[in-house]
Structure formats: C-alpha cells, structure tokens
Design a protein around this ligand. Structure first.
Ligand code: DX5
Ligand code: ZN
Length: 220
C-alpha cells in the first residue's frame, strides 16, 4: 500500500509526562503530532488549551496538527497559532462562517483543515477544497479515544479522494478515530494520506512506539 503519514494523537499519551511522550513519539518516527483540543461543549470532554501546546512545542520540531473540537471556534485560532500550531483543523458546525474561519487560519500563518463528523456529508466540501490544505475524516464521533472505527466512512474517504483528484486540488486526506494497522490499510486503499492514531500508537508504552508506528504505516 502507499505509505501514509502517521500523526499520533497525544490524547492517549501519559498526561503526567506529556513533554517526554511527545519526544518519544518523535524519536519513534512519527510524521506529525496530533493535538486534540476539546471544550466540554462542542464535544463531551475537556482536554488541553494553547498554553499546553506552547509548553510542548520545544519537544518536537515536527508538524503540530491541532484538531479543534471547540465551539465557537474563531477566537481560538490566533492563540493556537501563537502557541506553535502548524496545521489547524476545525469542524464546520463549530462556527457560523466556516469559509471565514479557514481564511483566519491562513491569515494566522497556519495550514487549514476541515473536519467532517461521521454524519456530515462530503458535499460540505464543495466550495471549500480550493481554500484548504487538509480534510480530516472522523471515523468515530469526536470526544474520546479508544472508540471503534465506523466503516461507512471508507466510502466518504473514497468520495473525497475523487473530488480532490478531479479538481486537481492540493489537499491531504487525514483519517481520525479507531485507526489500527488493519483499518489503516482500508483507509489508505480508499485514498487517505495521513492517519491519526491514539490508542494504537501508545499501547504497550514507550518501548512499543516505534513498532506501533511502523505497523500503522504498513511497515510492521
Ligand atoms: C477523537 C479524537 C481522536 C482520538 C483518536 O475525538 O479526535 O484524535 O484521540 O483516538 P483513537 O486512535 O484511540 O481512536
Ligand atoms: Zn483528533
């Protein structure tokens, strides 16, 4: 299979040792670092804010892939950009004007991503693909790590792949939720470029990270 980029979700890391965990996944060969930001309002969980991203920034020079599950979202773009985010991904349902939000992300000097929940159709992207760098397909309902992959999202990945290819857009497809070495293969076959994995990266502790990442990439 094509080799996907791997973006471990630090939601499954040991929060008491977060800096060391980020360094460990960097050294274990991950491509990006996925940061899940939850507000207890848009999703039923609370995680971390910009100060934590800022504190983690010195632990890896790799792309900080910040996934904002907060509503309203616009006021949080600049603080996360300032904290060191490279990619900022938002949910269209989390603000009144998604096109404006995407422009704000780019004006803040970051790459822009749009995330589609399992119930949100690919059609939502029709007038956005020329404005963004990444589509994040949620293969679980957002809020928690460790959930099971929702297989219907494979059709959505394939549909988005053909929209991107037909339009000649320079946009990556990332998949998030329930990604294991088995579901990773299905996602890549459907057209995914980047895989987020929390549980499957961090399981077994630091001695296993390199092997876990290689297995997700299809090298295992
Ligand atoms: C869910 C988050 C995911 C999650 C993935 O709302 O966006 O990034 O941490 O965790 P796993 O890989 O364990 O499903
Ligand atoms: Zn995420």
């Amino acid at each position: 299979m094509a080799r996907p980029l791997i973006s471990p979700s630090i939601l499954s890391a040991d929060f008491a040792r977060l800096g060391e965990e980020v360094r460990a996944i960097d050294e274990a060969g991950c491509d990006w670092i996925h940061v899940d930001v939850m507000d207890g309002h848009y999703v039923p969980n609370i995680t971390i804010g910009p100060d934590v991203v800022k504190a983690l920034r010195p632990y890896s020079a790799k792309t900080f892939d910040v996934h904002l599950m907060v509503s309203p979202v616009d006021a949080w773009i600049e603080p996360f950009a300032q904290a060191g985010a490279d990619m900022i991904t938002v949910h269209p349902e989390a603000g009144a004007h998604v096109h404006r939000t995407v422009q704000a992300i780019r004006n803040a000097g970051c790459k822009a991503g749009i995330s589609l929940n399992p119930g949100t159709p690919a059609k939502m992207l029709d007038y956005l693909l020329e404005e963004i760098d990444l589509v994040l397909v949620m293969s679980v309902n957002p809020g928690f790590g460790g959930q099971s992959f929702i297989a219907s999202q494979l059709r959505k990945i394939a549909a988005i792949r053909s929209m991107i290819d037909k339009g000649g857009h320079d946009v990556l497809i990332e998949v998030d939720g329930g990604v294991t070495p088995e579901t990773a293969r299905l996602c890549v076959d459907a057209g995914a470029d980047v895989l987020v994995a929390g549980s499957a990266t961090f399981k077994g502790g630091p001695d296993h990270y390199a092997r876990n990442i290689a297995a997700l990439r299809g090298d295992g």
